[in-house]
Design a protein around this ligand. Structure first.
Ligand SMILES: [Zn+2]
Ligand SMILES: [Zn+2]
Length: 162
C-alpha cells in the first residue's frame, strides 16, 4: 500500500526523484534507482543491509559493503582475462590450422609411401619369379652336368678298352 502512495506522489514535481526511504532527492530516476540499490545507509533503512549482490563478471555474490571494492578489482581482472582468453583462442586457432596442414601433409606422404610399398611388393614378386626361374635353370644345368659326367665316364672306360 505504501508503494502506491509513493507512486501517486510522483505527480508532484519536487518528490519525483525522491528516495522514499531516506527522503533524499535525485536529479534523475536512474540515479535514484542506483541509490536505492547500492547505498548502504538506504539499504539499511530498507532492512536490506546484508543484501547480497551478484557480480556481473564472476557471478559471485557479495554483501553490499564489499561489492564496490570487489567490482573495480573484478572489472580489471575480467577485462584482462577476456583479452587473454581471446589471445589464447587465436593462438589455439593458429595451432589448429598448422596441425591441420601437417596432418594433410602426413596423409599425402602416407599415401605416397603406400604406393611405394605396393610398387616394391610388385617388384619383389617379379624378382621372386626370376629367382625361382634361375633355380630351375640351375637344377636343369646340374642334371645336364650329371648326364655329361656319366657320358664322359663311359667314354673314358671305352677309351681304356681301346
Ligand atoms: Zn534512500
Ligand atoms: Zn566479480
Amino acid at each position: 500500500m505504501e508503494d502506491i502512495k509513493n507512486i501517486e506522489n510522483i505527480d508532484s514535481k519536487t518528490s519525483q526523484n525522491q528516495c522514499e526511504f531516506c527522503l533524499k532527492e535525485f536529479c534523475n530516476k536512474a540515479t535514484l534507482i542506483r541509490h536505492r540499490k547500492t547505498t548502504k545507509s538506504c539499504l539499511e533503512r530498507q532492512g536490506k543491509s546484508d543484501v547480497a549482490i551478484e557480480c556481473i563478471n564472476c557471478k559471485k555474490t557479495f554483501a553490499m559493503q564489499y561489492y564496490k571494492q570487489h567490482q573495480s578489482k573484478c572489472d580489471t581482472i575480467f577485462e584482462k582475462t577476456k583479452t587473454e582468453q581471446k589471445q589464447e583462442l587465436e593462438k589455439l586457432n593458429k595451432q589448429n590450422e598448422k596441425l591441420k596442414n601437417e596432418l594433410s601433409k602426413l596423409k599425402s606422404e602416407l599415401l605416397s609411401s603406400n604406393n611405394k610399398i605396393i610398387k616394391l611388393t610388385q617388384e619383389l614378386e617379379v624378382l621372386k619369379n626370376e629367382v625361382s626361374q634361375y633355380k630351375n635353370n640351375i637344377n636343369s644345368l646340374e642334371k645336364d652336368n650329371e648326364k655329361l659326367k656319366y657320358a664322359n665316364e663311359l667314354l673314358e672306360k671305352q677309351n681304356e678298352k681301346l
